[in-house]
Design a protein around this ligand. Structure first.
Ligand code: EPU
Length: 414
């Protein structure tokens, strides 16, 4: 795959775009399928490279996987619990969901350190504490985790931080544990509800997903099921921001606006002209954008994954905007790249200060991570001249058919 994206900026976007299924749900749902004894079918699987990596890992574990268009069929009936030393483990963060899923199913897992976007430190201590609370021992040696238990027994687990990954991983490990597990201060993201819905369809007994207390009553066996994944709120948010930056009239379809309340109210505060429907958001050209202050927070607060795309839009707002990043205090690499394109952004202690509006110009920039890439695409569309985004493979990890979707809106991108 060519690793550069080239954009000729300055074209106004018009038309409709369909949002794909949620990456951050799909990357947990696919590993969760190994907990089943029968076939699990996902409708509308997103066409992103993180899913390709997870499919490689399933096949490595002798799981049969069939993919036709948007449908992914997973048959784990002949799964083998091998040491996870496959190179795909290092390609994405979500390979860590095999820790919880394989521990749950086999009471033992051995896997090398997961990879993923470089957003500063990303420990998994809360996942491991959760596994230990269920009775597992955790060893880390030469870059490999070995996690095993004679038996897993339900327990009360308080998360010091409402971690998305830890909540899902503990849920997966606990479905086969003896007795009741209660996760307190659980993360409340919509993706967690989606994973709990899948597991419950398979026969698990999970209650409270979407609140800060999740209860899991262990069961003996999970069957197969068919599952439709929720729409991607981050992809939707990215297109809404992009439309606010350079759209004339763009309709974003297959959106759950309730999942985007924090973003939509911040955009309204900026003066973005939009109409929010039941399952769509329509964005019209705005006359003037005002600077705002935003702070990323766990759901239902503003998603950290949207602060990078939003920053590209804030370069066009009048006045000084402030972005406070509370989830990943080092998630600001996109700001250096935006500055190369003419933005005026300073970074202090987990905050970026954006002085706008500044005209942007095309340049050669690097997608240092997935959402940085999204931010640069928006900047490239806004810019005068040609932008070349290097390391675009990060973008394909999480945005389904992004070039095709943007071309259909009138963007000049290849
Ligand atoms: N944390 C710990 N210890 C842990 C786990 C997390 O200290 O054991 C800290 C992290 O370092 C971070 C905070 O808790 O400061 C939040 O981490 P969380 O576990 O919630 O994030 P994650 O599960 O690793 C998922 C998404 C990210 C998204 C975050 C926050 C996936 C595969 N990744 O990561 O998505 O930013 O939740 O919502 O679901 C992206 O899509 O670009 C992306 C990075």
């Amino acid at each position: 795959m060519d690793d550069n994206i080239k954009i000729q900026g300055g074209h106004k976007l018009n038309g409709e775009v369909h949002i794909s299924s949620a990456k951050n749900a799909a990357v947990a749902l696919v590993p969760a399928a190994v907990l089943a004894s029968h076939v699990v079918t996902f409708l509308d699987i997103p066409n992103i490279s993180d899913i390709d990596s997870l499919v490689q890992l399933l096949e490595f574990l002798n799981v049969k996987v069939y993919r036709r268009q948007d449908t992914l069929v997973i048959d784990p009936s002949e799964i083998q619990n091998k040491m996870m030393n496959h190179e795909a483990v290092s390609k994405l963060r979500a390979s860590y969901y095999f820790l919880g899923a394989l521990l749950g199913r086999f009471k033992e897992v051995k896997m090398k350190m997961p990879g993923g976007c470089d957003l500063g430190p990303r420990p998994i201590n809360l996942h491991l504490k959760g596994f230990e609370a269920l009775g597992a021992t955790v060893d880390y040696e030469n870059g490999y985790y070995t996690i095993k238990a004679e038996e897993l027994v339900g327990n009360n687990i308080y998360l010091d931080f409402a971690s998305v990954g830890a909540t899902i991983n503990i849920m997966m490990a606990a479905v086969y544990a003896k007795g009741r597990t209660v996760i307190e201060n659980a993360a409340k993201e919509p993706e967690i509800i989606d994973v709990a819905t899948l597991l419950n369809k398979m026969g698990a007994e999970i209650r409270g997903a979407g609140t800060d207390t999740i209860t899991i009553d262990g069961i003996m066996k999970l069957g197969g099921c068919v599952h439709e994944i929720i729409p991607d709120r981050i992809e939707a948010g990215t297109y809404i921001i992009l439309a606010a930056a350079c759209g004339e009239h763009v309709k974003i379809n297959n959106v759950i606006p309730q999942h985007l309340e924090a973003l939509l109210s911040k955009l309204q505060e900026m003066g973005v002209n939009m109409e929010i429907g039941s399952d769509y958001v329509e964005v019209f050209e705005s006359r003037e954008l005002r600077a705002i202050d935003v702070k990323t927070l766990p759901y239902p607060g503003l998603a950290t994954d949207l602060q990078q795309p939003l920053t590209a839009l804030l370069t066009q707002a009048i006045g000084i905007s402030k972005v406070t990043e509370t989830i990943y205090p080092e998630r600001f690499k996109h700001c250096h790249e935006l500055n190369k394109m003419g933005a005026d952004i300073e970074i202090y202690n987990g905050q970026s200060i954006i002085n706008g509006p500044t005209p942007l110009h095309g340049d050669v920039v690097t997608a240092t991570d997935l959402r940085c890439g999204a931010s640069l695409i928006i900047a490239g569309l806004l810019s005068d001249g040609e932008t070349i985004i290097k390391d675009a493979y990060h973008i394909y990890r999480g945005y389904d058919s992004i070039k095709e979707k943007l071309k259909a809106l009138g963007a000049c991108i290849e």
